[in-house]
Design a protein. Structure first.
Length: 90
């Protein structure tokens, strides 16, 4: 992966997005220039959040693969032990 994003970045980004939305909600009359800056900030935060969510998804997929591999190895060992036990009984 290219650059590492801050582990707390997603929570911070969501909080900042909420603050921007709240800013718009509290304005009786939105200053167009300031509103444009808020929209630009929000777009950047959304992009960063999507990147972090993708990283998190990849981490979950890696953990799932590792678990599936472990289960597969354990099942293979158990099957081998069962087959050896069956041969001894004959």
């Amino acid at each position: 992966m290219g650059r590492k994003t801050d582990k707390k970045g997603l929570s911070n980004n969501l909080k900042r997005l909420s603050e921007i939305a709240e800013w718009f909600d509290t304005q009786e009359e939105v200053d167009v220039e300031e509103g444009l800056e808020k929209v630009k900030q929000a777009a950047k935060l959304i992009k960063l959040s999507k990147e972090r969510l993708k990283e998190i998804e990849n981490e979950f997929e890696e953990i799932k693969r590792e678990i599936d591999e472990e289960i597969g190895i354990e099942e293979t060992i158990e099957e081998g032990a069962s087959e050896e036990g069956e041969e001894d009984e004959t």
